[in-house]
Structures are given as C-alpha cells and as structure tokens.
Design a protein around this ligand. Structure first.
Ligand code: IMP
Ligand code: MG
Length: 186
C-alpha cells in the first residue's frame, strides 16, 4: 500500500510544477526588482509552494506565516475566518505578496485580503499555484497564477485530504473511493 495508490490521475507532474514555479519566481523577481517584498503564506497547504517559490526569487524577500480556520457549521467554507496564527511582524508600508496553494471558493482569501489591507501595506498582490474557478463565490483578482485546474479535488505538493498526501511530489486527483461519495469541501 502506497500513497500513490490513492491517486486517480496525476494532473501536474513534479517537473511541470517545478518549471512553472521557476517562471513565477523569475516574473516576481523582475516585477519587484529593487524592492524587498514580504511573502505572506497561509499554513499549511501553501508551505511547499512557498519553499520552492522563494528559492526561485532573486530578491531580498522576507516571509511571514499565518494560520486560519473557517468558522461555521458543517464542512462548507463560510467565509468567516478565525486567525489561529497572526503575522509576526507589522506589514505597514511593505509590499505584500500573498502566496496561496489553491483558490477555490475564494472566501478564505477574500477575508484575508481585507484583514491584510487594514494593516496598511504599500501594496498587496496575490500569487497562487492553482486556480479552481468553477466554484468561485468571491471575486478575486489573481496577479500571478500557476495553473488553472478543473473542478476536481486535488492533493499533493502541500495540498491535503484529512492532513494526508501533502508530501506527494506532484499534484494529483484523489480517487473518489478514498472519500466515498460527494467530493470533500476544500
Ligand atoms: P476557499 O478558496 O476559501 O474555498 O478555500 C481554499 C482552501 O481550501 C485552500 O487553501 C485549500 O486549503 C482548500 N482546498 C480547496 N480546494 C482543494 C483541493 O482540491 N484539494 C485540497 N485542498 C483544497
Ligand atoms: Mg490553504
């Protein structure tokens, strides 16, 4: 029994992801030349992407990590977000790049953007690895996007199902038999 057995299909293999992350890093390095942006990521899904992206950037960046959880009954993302771990330093006057793993409904990020904007950064841009537009509820303008993907539940490269599969080196579709029935909500 291997983790790979639960993968229906590999959507983006590790080389494809690495190539795209390198491109995003180069683009950010060019766009932010002469500045020192702070990369703000949300635990835990964006961790792997952040680790690779920051090493693809030739800039004096710093990083900060937040952890959030959705409020509300059931499994549906409510858009009401509780901050479990806040920024460790003020972002006032800083150029913020929010680094996210995947934008699905957009509700979590929508809340977070308001929260960050209240802290008066000089600028805020969004860099997400995966864009799943099919279920979008909050309009989000994505400045840097790795890939647009279909409405499938994906795992690997940081993304989990019940905290598992984050360490898969590629992005794959989880076999529906693993969660049985309706697809899990982010
Ligand atoms: P939303 O955009 O507020 O719906 O929530 C986005 C979050 O849900 C992401 O940061 C992920 O943690 C999680 N999520 C959404 N879609 C998936 C998926 O296909 N696989 C794993 N996690 C997902
Ligand atoms: Mg996330």
């Amino acid at each position: 029994m291997s983790l790979h057995d639960d993968v229906e299909v590999i959507l983006l293999d590790s080389q494809t992801v690495a190539n795209r992350v390198a491109e995003l890093g180069a683009q950010l390095s060019a766009d932010y030349a002469g500045r020192d942006p702070v990369l703000v990521s949300v635990l835990k899904g964006a961790l792997v992407f952040l680790a690779d992206l920051m090493r693809a950037m030739d800039l004096p960046t710093s990083i900060d990590l937040m952890e959030v959880s959705s409020y509300g009954a059931g499994t549906e993302t409510s858009g009401q977000v509780r901050i479990l771990k806040d920024l460790s330093k003020p972002i006032e006057g800083r150029d913020v790049i929010v680094v996210e793993d995947i934008i699905d409904t957009g509700l979590t990020l929508n809340y977070l953007l308001g929260y960050l904007a209240d802290r008066q950064p000089a600028s805020i841009k969004i860099c997400c690895l995966l864009d799943k537009p099919a279920r979008r509820l909050a309009e989000i303008s994505i400045d840097y996007r790795g890939f647009t993907i279909p409405d499938r539940f994906v795992i690997g490269y940081g993304l989990d199902y019940n905290e598992r599969y984050r360490n898969l080196p590629y992005i794959g579709v989880l076999k529906p038999s693993v969660y049985g029935g309706a697809p899990p909500d982010g």
